[in-house]
Structures are given as C-alpha cells and as structure tokens.
Design a protein around this ligand. Sequence first.
Ligand code: ZN
Length: 308
Amino acid sequence: MIRTSGIHHITAIVNDPQVNFDFYSRVLGLRLVKKTINFDRPEVYHLYFGNESGDPGTIITFFPWPKLAKGRIGSGQVGTTSYIIPIGAMEFWKERLENEGIPFTFESRFNETYIQFNDPDGLQLELVERDVVSENNWSTDEIEQEHTIRGFGGATLYSAQPNQTVNVLENLLGMEFVTQEGDYLRFKTEASLGNVIDIKLSPSVRGLAGAGTIHHIAWRAKDEAELQEWRNRVETKGFQPTEVKDRNYFKALYFQETGGILFEIATDPPGFAVDEAPDELGTKLMLPSWFEAKRKELEEILPPIEVN
Ligand code: ZN
C-alpha cells in the first residue's frame, strides 16, 4: 500500500505581496525559492518560501490578491501551520516576536510547547522545538543557523467532519494514528519534516475562503508513477480527483476530502532548480513555457516586490 511521507506544501491566500514577502523572508527567515504566477490566474503571483532548496516539507506558498476580501478561518480548512525550530531556540523566537511587536501565546499539547502567533494577513502559525536531523543552510543577518526554522512540524486540520477526515488520513493517505489528547487527535507519517498532523475535534465556525486563510494542503508522492497510483486510489475511495496537472516544479492532483478540506497530492521531483540555478532561486519572475509569450504583459500587471 502506498503511503504519503508527509506534507509537500501548504498554500494560502493573502493580500499584499510585499507584506507577505517581508514577513516570511525577513521575520521568519525563510527563503523565497520561487517567484512565479498562479498558473490558473496568471495576473496573481504565486510565491514559494522554504528552506534553502525548497525541499518538500518546508514549502509554504501564497497567492497574494491585493484587493481580495478577507476570509474566515474555520471548518473545512487547515487551521494552523506548525514550524520546527531547533531545541533551545524558543527563547530566541519569543524575543524576536516581542521585538517585532507581534503578539503571541503559548499552547501545550502532546507534551510539547507551541508559541502561536498570526502572520500579517491573520494566518495562524506556531513554532515548536523538536530534535530533527534536517538542516536548513539558509540563514540571514538576523537569524543565525542555530535558530532557523527547519521546515514544517505539521498542521492542525479544522475538519467539518473529523471522523471522516480521520478515515481519509488513515485509509487513503496511510498515516498512522498516534494518540488523542483532549480536543486533538494526532497522526504521523514517516518523513522527518511535515510529519505530524493534528485534527481538532471541537467544532469551529464554518471557514470562508478569502485572504488570510489556507487554500489547500499538499501531500507528498514519490514520483509521477506513484501519483497515477494515488489518482486511482483517490477514485477507488469515492473521491473525485482532478486530472494530473503540471505545476512546473511538481505534478499534482487535487480532491476535496469529506471534511471539506482541499487536499492535493504532489510529486517530490523535479523541484525548484528545474528553471533556476540553486543559488539564484527566487531572484527572477519565472513563468512556465506556455506563459512566456505573455511575459511583458504580466510584468506590467503584477505589482513590483522589493526584495531587499
Ligand atoms: Zn498546491
């Protein structure tokens, strides 16, 4: 039986691309690994942030739509995105958030302490100390190697039907149930990043898509052959997967699970170095070949992003 090894990426909707870039690259210290467009809405950017190479399990992506109305975080969405920081880095991040004037709270679950805060668009983020072997060699003037975010710890799902979503995680995606604590069920996968998925059991208000909400979560597939297997399996389980789409940096399919959350399954290869050298990732506007002819037009529509 095929199993996903964990989160591939998480994609959210925000308003201002500059505000988004400043927060994820400067405040959180992630690397912009790709500046491209939403292939389905080319007048909107698609920004990808991750570790130095944008490895699966580290990638958060955004559609910045400057004038889009705010959404509401709630059921049928991913609620909170968790990032791993090294053991001992919590104090650094607490001070950093304080210095940035970002309010935060602490939550404890499954014997771990999470520092929780919102990004400028209201997305719910948290950091947790975990001992992971995974390195992130991307450090900045403000965040040294010993404190850097390594990648996703996982995510908390706000399902409209938690028991149905449990079924999808276990019997479709092949995740392993760990334990329940109070309001949360915990699942895990085999990867070292993006491998801890919590389901919140108590009902949330109904989520509304819009700025400041997560659009979808993508799970890892090894390659294109496996993605075809996934497509059959999603169908066999009674869901309606899209055709396999070419996202340039991976191939992907999408389906809505019973709890209302949009799931994607995406291949690890080819990755972000397919059209830019590893040391130049994110420095230019990259377009898929089928949009190159429209480059000039698109560059005029897309708002400029100041990357320093
Ligand atoms: Zn996606």
